[in-house]
Design a protein around this ligand. Structure first.
Ligand SMILES: Cc1cc2nc3c(=O)[nH]c(=O)nc-3n(C[C@H](O)[C@H](O)[C@H](O)COP(=O)(O)OP(=O)(O)OC[C@H]3O[C@@H](n4cnc5c(N)ncnc54)[C@H](O)[C@@H]3O)c2cc1C
Length: 485
């Protein structure tokens, strides 16, 4: 069972154990616009995206500058008060939700939303942590550049949260995760010192790469306040297509064929199961299956190209080859931007559709792409045996080996009773992923949701090293306590 199911919790603010003088000191450090103790206003920030956790805090702090963040952290460090950094609060593992005890303050980066510099010629932008991802994409676009990080939550997640979670998104195949898109970081350390690592250097071999420790650290090593991000040439052509295949192995073969045919211009390769597609068509208005027949799997692929080449012709030829060899059973190439948008809408509607289908237990596992089929052949019977009638709703980023191996409740089942099986079912799925050389999280991270599970899947030596890193940065354990480790 996932801890802290919301309906069962008392929403009243527990008596805070943080001394009133500490709270007053923090309020003074950020000024009247920089804090809120209004329980109604703060309420949305105290509940995680999936409503699995309910937190409490006596104070939400909204610093406007790095200096203010540092001042707040110094006060908390002196008083040994826990700090929970929060961006857009779209994370899916309860990482940005404070404890229910009301003994931690929440630091929202939302007022730190300036683009400090955009250098189109060098292909970099220096941005504050609270910038909303979609706004950064738009700013890059206005400068005739591409910032390729793109995910369903982009209208509200913030770049600081994206980096803290090492977000991947839809174009990892070509552009990489947040790690690959970041050249430098500025962070406030748990003792209140500021580390200015805002270097716009593609190459820097001067020892440990500290920025990479902050990326994916889920707020446990410090507060990211700014970053230097990489920009890319804006694609002059985008080609989007869907292809129906019989098996994950066929999907991988088609991916390889289309990558080669396009001259390695494939930027996204999403795999959608028949059930996931069916849910989207059934529940989300306007979503249509591009094919007349239902197939076991459908691929959604996208390609970016520069001017001058016939990218569309190359993809079309690749699809024709795949159709004539029988690897692809049917294919649809988007003729217009509206059609391409409709293909993506189908893919992005799946989480919402699954919600409407009842309770769902979600996973963001990864296995080496070549083992995706073997993983599915082992996991499907294992979950069916453990919970008869459970419906696997799988979809994900085939190119990255990252599958949302989600489970929907049996038809007509009680949703709460199904969700009470979360721990047991996740254990089965995670064990199968691990047995196939995989990971229990390729996207969402560990947060509170998978914290207890982590030591089962990481070697003791790896856990020791992670704890040693945490201790070196944060010996008093004030940064996002109770998350990750
Ligand atoms: C619809 C939807 C689609 C998604 N799709 C994807 C996807 O395709 N790929 C993927 O990887 N993820 C995906 N996610 C999850 C994804 O990780 C988050 O949406 C996003 O990266 C988190 O950003 P945020 O600003 O909302 O962070 P939050 O949820 O606010 O925080 C996430 C974690 O980062 C920490 N944190 C936040 N800001 C800072 C900071 N400035 N400094 C230090 N720590 C900080 C928090 O303490 C928490 O541990 C999706 C989520 C949703 C709701």
């Amino acid at each position: 069972m996932v801890g802290g199911l919301i309906g069962k919790l008392d929403r009243a603010m527990p008596t805070s154990t943080i001394a009133a003088r500490v709270i007053d000191h923090i309020k003074a450090a950020v000024g009247p616009d920089g804090w809120s103790d209004d329980t109604v206003r703060n309420a949305p920030m105290l509940q995680d995206q999936r409503r699995l956790y309910q937190g409490a805090t006596p104070l939400v702090v909204r610093p406007a500058t790095t200096a203010e963040v540092a001042a707040v952290v110094r006060i908390c460090a002196a008083a040994k008060v826990g700090i929970v950094p929060q961006g857009g609060n779209t994370g899916l593992v309860g990482g940005a939700t404070p404890s229910a005890a009301g003994d931690q303050i929440l630091v929202s980066l939302s007022r730190m939303n300036r683009i400090r510099e955009l250098d189109a010629a060098s292909g970099t932008m220096t941005v504050e942590a609270g910038c909303v991802l979609a706004h950064l994409q738009e700013a890059a676009d206005r400068a005739d550049r591409l910032f390729p990080l793109s995910l369903g939550a982009e209208g509200s997640c913030q770049i600081g949260g994206n980096l803290a979670a090492n977000a991947g998104g839809l174009q990892v195949l070509h552009y990489g995760t947040a790690r690959a898109l970041t050249l430098g970081i500025e962070a406030v350390l748990p003792d209140g010192r500021v580390w200015d690592g805002l270097r716009a250097l593609p190459k820097d071999n001067t020892g440990y790469d500290l920025k990479q420790l902050f990326i994916g650290s889920e707020g446990t090593l410090g507060i990211i306040t700014a970053a230097v991000l990489r920009l890319f040439p804006k694609p002059r052509q985008t080609v989007t297509a869907m292809a129906a295949v019989a098996t994950p192995e066929a999907a991988l073969a088609v991916q390889a064929l289309l990558r080669a045919a396009s001259g390695e211009r494939m930027t996204a390769c999403e795999l959608i199961s028949e059930r996931a597609l069916g849910f989207a068509v059934k529940h989300v208005p306007g979503v249509r299956d591009p094919f007349r027949t239902r197939y076991p799997w459908v691929l959604l692929v996208e390609f970016h190209g520069g001017a001058g080449s016939d990218l569309r012709g190359a993809v079309e030829a690749g699809l024709a080859d795949a159709l004539s060899s029988g690897a692809v059973a049917d294919a649809a190439l988007a003729e217009t931007q509206a059609q391409a948008d409709a293909f993506w809408r189908l893919r992005e509607s799946i989480p919402e559709a699954q919600r409407r289908e009842g309770g769902s237990i979600k996973h963001d596992i990864a296995v080496p792409p070549a083992r995706m089929g073997a993983f599915l052949r082992a996991a499907d019977p294992a979950v069916a045996a453990a919970l008869p009638g459970v419906r696997v709703c799988a979809f994900g980023h085939l190119g990255d080996g990252n599958l949302h191996y989600n489970l929907s409740q049996p038809e007509g089942a009680d949703s709460a009773a199904f969700l009470a099986e979360w721990g047991r079912m996740s254990r089965i799925v995670h064990d199968v992923a691990a047995a196939h050389g995989g990971s229990i999280s390729a996207e969402h991270g560990i947060g509170q949701l998978k914290r207890a599970e982590l030591p089962r899947y990481k070697a003791a030596v790896e856990m020791d090293l992670m704890r040693a890193v945490k201790h070196a940065f944060d010996p008093d354990g004030i940064m996002n306590p109770g998350k990750l480790l």
